[in-house]
Each structure stands twice: as C-alpha cells, then as structure tokens.
Design a protein around this ligand. Structure first.
Ligand code: 13P
Length: 350
C-alpha cells in the first residue's frame, strides 16, 4: 500500500465544492424507505434504484464519493458495468459500509454498540479488490431523558468508550488494508433534549473518539470524520436556529478535532433536506475552520429522488433531476454560496 494514496483519497473525498452521497442503506433500512413509496424490496428493485442514482448525468461535478452497501458493490448497472466501475468512470470514488450494524448493548439499556470487527481485515482486502477506495463505520450514541446526574443517564461512559474503541479498531484495520476510513460517531437527534445537552454529548463523544484513534495509531491525515451536527433534539420544544447550530457545531468540532484531519463530512441524521443544506452553508459562511466542511448525506440527498422515482422506469429522468438538484445545492453549501431562492431553479428546469 502506498500511504500517499490514502492521503490523496481522503483529500479528494472532501475536495472543495464536492461531497459524499451515502447510499449504503442495509437491506432492512432500504426496505423501510421503499415502504414509504410502496415499492417491494427485491434485489432487482434495490439494483434499479441505485442504478438510477449512480447514472445521474453530471453527478460527479458535485459528488466526490458514494458509500455503497455490500450487495450494491457486487451489482451492475443495466448496461452491465459494475457500479464501482461506473462511479469511477464518472470521477466518483466508490466506498463501502463495513460495519454490521448497531446492536443492543449489554447492561446499557437503550444504548447500542456497533458490531463487525471480526473478519474485518479479510473483508477489507476483498473490498479493495472490488474497487472500494474508502470505508464507513457508524457508531450510534443515544441521548436519553435521564440527565447527567442520574445513575441511569444515557449516554453512559460504557457506551461512548466501547463505540470509540470500535471506531478506532475499524479505522486502523481499514488503513492497514488500504482504505480511507470514514469515522462516524452519530449523536442521535431523537428525543426532547436541548441543544446544550447535544453539545455536551457531542463534545464528550468526539473527545473519546479521537483519544481512541490516537491509541490505535490511526493516521489522522488518512481519515475523514462524519459527525452529526450540534442541534436541538427532534422533539425539543425550543428549536435552535440555523446560525446557532452552525456556531455551536463549529465550536464543538474546534475543541475536539485535530487540524490534521483533512475534512469533516456531516451526516444529515433526519434533518429536512433544505435545513441540512442551510446548516452546512452557514458553517462555511463563518469559515476559518482548519478542515474542509462538506456533506455525506443519505436521506437529505436521496429523499426527493426516491419520492420522484416510485419504482418506475418512467420516472427515472425526474428522479435524477431531483438528485442532481440536491447535490448541486449541497455543493454550493460547501462553498458558503447556497441561497434558499436557488431551490426554485429545479421547478423551472423541470
Ligand atoms: P443520513 O444523512 O440519512 O443520516 O445518512 C447518512 C449515513 O450514512 C448514516 O450512516
């Protein structure tokens, strides 16, 4: 392995004006998304949906990489080209989700630990052969209603430490195999907690994560961080505005993320499409961060395309237009050049 390659792949993933499309839903998760549009979750429908996304003309202008699921990395476009080759041909780096999902954590009610370290080195070696350039592992941190003073407070130190350790072991295994790891510690927005509590939990999670990365000898220059934003809980009566989310998120990241990390690619985590774009834009307008700030959105990039597609070939062009538009809006947000008025441009061009 040439370690310079990992540095340049990591930089390319977060290059100015581009971001990542997360299309790595497990079969169970994509089934939930398909239920919302009344499409049966067959292997062929999953393939056709991803084919629609990946063959969108001009996507490579705004998207630097796509995260795939194991099944998808082995599938082909309608024309017979493997998806990894199709993406690479369009200047997009193929990536792969390598975790085995977040499972209930023993003795930590209501909390999750992500599994998948066993056999990971061998799986990474195969993924490299299949064309993957980077990987992703998602850790999930739940914010509970019992506050920090309680013995039953969620998150627990046990959960944060175990997930940070797993993220770091994963990242080291990926780098040794020649893949850039996306390190994704997601603090869930589910719940009625305040933005203060989200900030506190996010800072704690990131501190533990970077301590674990250091102790596992992970090379920060060969890593991309994928955090959640510092945001009010979904059911919190008082919702912080765009500017407050941007300021608090940047402050938390500056306190915890070394400048050696080339870039931070946020998850959308259930935010509306336009809000996820607005938050990223506001952070880039503030500017002055030592790392690139971009997107690695799943739902916030795919939702309009999924709704337009509805499982029918006749809707492919409209669905692709919707994806292209969201990708363009988010690409503008990486430059701090997004304006809500631009959202109308899709309607005009449709
Ligand atoms: P969302 O942007 O929908 O949160 O998905 C990103 C992702 O990859 C979750 O692991």
């Amino acid at each position: 392995m040439n370690t310079n390659d990992l540095a340049s792949i990591a930089r390319a993933m977060v290059a100015s004006g581009r971001g990542i499309l997360a299309a790595d839903e497990s079969t169970g998760t994509i089934e939930k998304r398909f239920k919302g549009i009344s499409v049966e979750c067959t292997e062929e429908n999953r393939r056709a949906y991803r084919d629609m996304l990946f063959s969108t003309k001009g996507l490579g202008e705004f998207v630097s990489g796509v995260i795939l699921y194991d099944e998808t990395l082995r599938q082909k476009s309608a024309g017979g080209t493997p998806f990894a080759a199709l993406l690479a041909h369009n200047g997009i780096l193929p990536g792969i989700k390598v975790d085995a999902g977040a499972k209930d954590m023993a003795f930590c009610p209501g909390e999750k630990i992500t599994e998948g370290l066993d056999g990971l080195a061998a799986r990474c070696a195969e993924y490299v052969k299949l064309g993957a350039k980077f990987a992703k592992w998602r850790a999930v941190i739940t914010v509970g209603s019992a506050g920090p003073g309680s013995a039953r407070a969620v998150p627990s130190m046990a959960c944060i430490a175990a997930n940070a350790h797993a993220l770091a072991r994963y990242a080291a295994i990926c780098q040794a195999a020649g893949l850039v790891p996306i390190v994704e510690p997601e603090v869930l927005m589910d719940g009625d907690h305040s933005i203060d509590r989200c900030e506190e939990v996010s800072e704690w999670t990131l501190r533990e994560t970077f301590a674990a990365l250091a102790s596992q000898r992970v090379v920060l220059e060969h890593t991309v961080l994928k955090p959640s934003m510092v945001i009010s809980g979904k059911d919190c009566a008082k919702q912080a505005g765009i500017q407050e989310v941007a300021v608090r998120t940047l402050q938390t990241l500056k306190r915890t993320v070394p400048a050696a990390v080339p870039g931070i690619a946020f998850l959308s985590g259930g935010q509306s499409d336009e809000l996820a774009t607005g938050h990223l834009d506001a952070m880039n307008r503030i500017g002055g961060a030592p790392w690139a700030l971009t997107f690695s959105y799943g739902r916030a990039l795919q939702q309009p395309a999924l709704k337009a597609w509805k499982g029918s070939d006749a809707n492919v062009a409209n669905a692709q237009r919707a994806l292209h538009h969201r990708a363009r809006m988010n690409a503008l947000a990486t430059l701090g050049q997004y304006r809500a008025a631009l959202e109308k441009e899709l309607i005009r061009s449709a």
